[in-house]
Design a protein around this ligand. Structure first.
Ligand SMILES: [Fe+2]
Length: 476
């Protein structure tokens, strides 16, 4: 077990309580279990999130912590666990100096002499998500290249640039096509800090980067997630803007500017370019995460957890925005007309975030979606897992505990078998009980979530609230 020194942390909600960083790297061969881990689960469940190494410089933003990855290795009904900080260039540089030098959210708040490092760094924080593709586990953070780690030990291997072909960042939300194994991804501000453009990339199932191109956007925007269907790629440009001028004047580098409007760029999946992108305007709402998207008969359908405005970011004059919670909406975009038309409607009463699907149905028409959700008004995060059946419109929820003290992570769906019907499988989620400072891996039957976990693997420590997870099938 590796242990780092205790930190004096400022009074910031994202450094306290369930968000507080942990100081240890653990390795356990076999976690204590309740219930029975289904025999069909054979692989690794990963979680990734921010976990600062040192007391941060200035105001801390939730997106600014050093990445730590947690792995639950599941086989023959047993669960092993380990966690590791990702050894990025920033992490190693600060470890050597023994203090924080870089402010990842504000280049002008770095320690003197380190602005150049930040502007040229290709590895970033590795703190947001991960993807298993073409035999590599890649840790993702949208402002930088992916970072490869060993899928079992989590030992850092290094920045991955697809044999020198990837010259931009990679989103934390690449889309893996279950039919052809292609990984489609993008990078915003692709040609430089605060530039108004996105890059599109495709990697084939062998892990070879086959296509890259740049699309100009209406303004410089932070774009967290996007949509890929069988025949289209969609970029939402919501007015969470980036501005070097603001940053240089000590104002928020990233801010909510609804007066700039919003639009969605639509590209053909094959043969897309800056010349044939079509734009459709929409109201300036905000989406961090899309559940799924698909196209059928000339229409594109997109399901997302939609906010009234971007949470966690101020307006351009530095004022904090009101708290807001997302609900599931379905967009319908009609591509059969000379210019596309857009409409959106709410399809679920539950507040929801971190939406996921059965990965065998990603980018295709689908029936079942899952998310994290609250069951009460009071509390900072989500204490439930929810399920929506898009055919019946029915929803189910399971609460792991009181919202004020229970923190549920994004659920990850694992099919019972490759040929099982859609939705026949398990949901894996890390749940933290704050009073006991302990987290556990819970496994739910996705068809019957309201029955509660079929198995739980208990940790003696807490996994800080993080962002995203993923699954690597053994021999997959
Ligand atoms: Fe995300």
């Amino acid at each position: 077990m590796t242990t780092a020194a205790k930190l004096e942390l400022p009074d910031n909600p994202f450094l306290q309580g369930a968000f507080a960083p942990i100081r240890h790297e653990y390795a356990f061969d076999s976690l204590p279990l309740t219930g029975e881990v289904p025999d069909c689960l054979s692989g690794s469940f990963y979680r990734n999130g921010p976990n600062v190494q040192f007391t941060p410089r200035g105001d801390y933003h939730l997106f600014a912590g050093d990445g730590m990855t947690h792995a639950f290795h599941i086989q023959n009904g047993s669960v092993a666990y380990r966690n590791q900080w990702i050894q990025t260039a920033k992490f190693k540089l600060e470890a050597e100096k023994g203090r924080a030098l870089i402010d990842p959210m504000n280049p002008f708040n770095c320690e003197e002499g380190y602005l150049e490092f930040l502007l040229n760094d290709k590895e970033g924080l590795a703190n947001t998500a991960c993807v298993w593709h073409a035999g590599k586990l890649l840790i993702l953070e949208e402002g930088h290249r992916p970072f490869q780690v060993d899928p079992i030990t989590l030992d850092s291997i290094g920045s991955h640039d697809y044999q020198g072909k990837l010259n931009t960042a990679m989103t934390a939300h690449p889309k893996l096509d279950p039919v052809n194994g292609e990984l489609v991804f993008f990078a915003y501000m692709a040609t430089g800090p605060f530039e108004a453009d996105v890059a599109v990339h495709k990697v084939n199932k062998e892990g070879v980067l086959t296509e890259s191109y740049i699309i100009p956007t209406p303004y410089s925007a932070m774009v967290h997630d996007f949509v890929v269907t069988e025949n289209y790629i969609l970029f939402p440009i919501f007015p969470l803007t980036g501005s070097m001028d603001r940053a240089m004047q000590g104002q928020p580098p990233f801010a909510w500017e609804p007066e700039k409007g919003a639009s969605i760029g639509i590209l053909p999946r094959v043969g897309g370019s800056a010349e044939n992108i079509q734009w459709v305007e929409c109201d300036p709402f905000f989406v961090f995460h899309f559940m799924n998207g698909y196209d059928r008969d000339g229409k594109i359908f997109v399901d997302s957890c939609q906010f009234d405005h971007a949470p966690l970011f101020p307006t351009a004059d530095g004022k904090e925005t009101e708290d807001t919670e997302a609900v599931l909406n379905r967009w319908t975009i009609d591509m059969s007309l000379s210019s596309p038309t857009f409409s959106t409607s709410q399809i679920d009463e539950n507040r929801s975030e971190f939406p996921v699907v059965d990965p065998r149905y990603a980018t295709r028409e689908y029936r079942h979606g899952y998310y994290a959700s609250p069951d009460a008004d009071e509390g900072p995060m989500y204490n439930c897992i929810g399920h929506i059946d898009h055919v019946t419109g029915k929803t189910k929820k399971y609460a792991f505990g009181d919202r004020r003290t229970t923190f549920t992570s994004e659920p990850i769906f694992v099919p019972r078998a490759e040929d099982a019907v859609e939705g026949d499988g398990y949901l894996l989620s890390v749940v933290t009980d704050l009073p006991s400072e302990r987290s556990a891996l819970h496994i739910l039957d996705a068809k019957n979530i309201d029955a509660g976990p079929v198995a739980t693997a208990q940790l003696e420590h807490r996994i800080p609230v993080g962002f995203h997870g993923n699954w690597r099938q053994n021999n997959g």
